[in-house]
Design a protein around this ligand. Sequence first.
Ligand SMILES: [Zn+2]
Length: 83
Amino acid sequence: MYGHRVRIPEKYQNQVLEKLHVGHPGIVKMKAIARSYCYWQGIDASIVNFVQNCSARDREELTSKDKSTSVGMAKWTLAKDTR
Ligand SMILES: [Zn+2]
């Protein structure tokens, strides 16, 4: 299962991140794709950092995730208050 995963040297990590990020898949998908065929020390942090620095669609994904979390919390508080 781990036999096909390639350890990426530090100088190529950014190129790999750029390739993984084609189409702006978002953090979760990027991690899944990366794990299936390559790895390095701190790859998860690198992916999170890369996506957060992306100026395109990922920002919408990050923002909408924040929104859905706060909406969920607001609903939970409301339900608790009405009981
Ligand atoms: Zn992006």
